[in-house]
Ligand binder design. Structure first.
Ligand code: ADP
Length: 447
């Protein structure tokens, strides 16, 4: 059993892990950059170690410094949170080589799923339905044009190493192919050091539906239903909910079983998310994330489970504390992402938070590392809080979201809170009638 774990992250997700560990009686070590000396995760952990200067590449991505911090503090395991080193196979290998435990999947699973082409191949072999497209990578523009003609436009060109909405370009017609292909390639190379791309059919009106899976690493796995994350800006999620308003219990059971069986078959360990586009009643796999997702709390709310506690348990070699039959959906949950950004352009707005008040009351959870007087540094992600509400049904969750947003105070900086107030005035949000393009169109018309 672990006595002490290190959290290789910052912000709200570092607090999330510290809280789970504390409830399990496990001591925590925070790591931080010089810019984060006053951060909440540093204050909340049992111990804290500075691992480098402000830029993420010198601190939170500094593998050797993080391993050294484990050795110095005697931490036996590392929780990576999301982002930073959470899906870095080389880091996981390093952790294992130092006789430490990575609280997450194996280096091999991260490697396979981190490359979108090998991920898709693997899923096809495991019987998971995928978006129609190229078999493997597309070597050059000529091959891309040929495929475009064969498949029919529109198509999307995607960098195999892409992530966070980067390295993806849509070609609406043959005329767009050259620039889309070259741009996707260049972005893949610049952002991820890999210019290999593949092509798939561009679905025009899908919803984004993702299945939460969890494995024990020994051939047992469950699914925890879906999350609908269709409200996106620039392929980035801003509003997530569970269960999905468009998914029937039969569809959930069917696709959930396909996903749970797939990860069971590969002896997957820990939390994972299998992402799909959903159109006309069909699911199409797009990628798998081998980590805890930002939006995991909506799943926790409706199933009443602690996914981080579960991650720590299976990393210790313990069995999962629930089986498929124990998992029952209770009500509806919604999460909105509060970013330090100024509307309408979503320009980052770090700075000093002069006053902070978190909403509370029945069915409200605010995951945030803010406090009065906190100075948000300019070096990292602009996510500063996640407001999660849970109600007996979707209408109650929406009413609760409205109420909780009204209580939230973040003074001194601009945030994306006004966006959610505005969205709650829209009929489509209440009826749940939207696809992945709805928000972009709404922003164009209203902001
Ligand atoms: P990333 O790894 O950058 O998050 P994903 O493959 O998960 O990329 O795709 C992110 C988003 O891009 C999806 O949620 C969807 O909105 C859009 N997208 C990706 N593939 C397609 C496709 N084939 N057709 C239409 N939209 C797509």
């Amino acid at each position: 059993m672990f006595d002490k774990i290190l959290i290789a992250n910052r912000g709200e997700i570092a607090l999330r892990v510290i809280r789970a560990a504390r409830e399990m009686g496990i001591a925590t070590v925070a790591v931080h950059s010089t810019a984060d000396a006053d951060a909440m995760h540093v204050r909340m952990a049992d111990e804290a170690i500075c691992i480098g200067p402000a830029p993420g590449t010198d601190s939170y991505l500094n593998k050797a410094a993080i391993i050294a911090a484990c050795e110095v503090t005697g931490a036996q395991a590392i929780h990576p949170g999301y982002g930073f080193l959470s899906e870095n196979a080389e880091f996981v290998q390093m952790v294992e080589d130092h006789d430490l435990t990575f609280i997450g999947p194996t280096a091999e699973h991260i490697r396979v799923m981190g490359d979108k082409i090998t991920a898709k191949d693997t899923m096809i072999n495991l019987g998971v339905p995928c978006v129609p497209g190229s078999v493997g990578g597309v070597p050059d523009l000529e091959a891309a044009k040929k495929l475009g003609e064969e498949m029919g436009y529109p198509v999307i060109i995607k960098a195999t190493a892409g992530g966070g909405g980067r390295g993806m370009k849509v070609a609406q017609t043959a005329a767009d192919m050259e620039s889309a292909f070259m741009t996707a390639r260049a972005e893949g190379k610049a952002a991820f050091g890999n210019d290999e791309v593949y092509i798939e059919k561009y679905l025009t009106t899908p919803r984004h539906i993702e299945i939460q899976v969890f494995g024990d690493g020994k051939g047992k796995a469950v699914h925890l239903g879906e999350r609908d994350c269709s409200l996106q800006r620039r392929h980035q999620k801003v509003f997530e909910e569970a269960p999905g308003p468009s998914i029937s219990p039969e569809e959930r059971a069917k696709i959930g079983k396909v996903c749970a069986d797939a990860v069971a078959k590969i002896n997957y360990i820990g939390a994972g998310t299998i992402e799909f586009l959903y159109e006309n009643g069909e699911f199409y796999f797009i990628e798998m994330n081998t980590r805890l997702q930002v939006e995991h709390p909506v799943t926790e709310a409706i199933f009443g489970v602690d996914l981080v506690r579960e991650q720590i348990r299976v990393a210790e070699g313990l069995p999962m504390s629930f089986g498929q039959d124990d998992l029952e959906i209770n009500g509806h949950a919604i999460e909105v992402r509060i970013n330090a950004e100024k509307l309408p352009n979503f320009a980052p707005r770090p700075g000093k938070v002069t006053a902070y008040h978190a909403p509370g009351g029945l069915g409200v959870r605010m995951d945030s590392a803010l406090y009065d007087g906190y100075n948000i540094p300019p070096y990292y992600d602009s996510l500063i809080g996640k407001l999660i509400v849970h109600g007996r049904d979707r209408a109650e969750a929406l009413a609760r979201l409205d109420r909780a947003l009204g209580e939230l105070i973040i003074d001194g900086i601009d945030t994306t809170t006004p966006l959610f107030h505005a969205l709650l005035a829209e009929d489509d949000i209440h009826s749940g009638d939207y696809n992945i393009h709805w928000l972009e169109k709404w922003l164009d018309a209203n902001m």
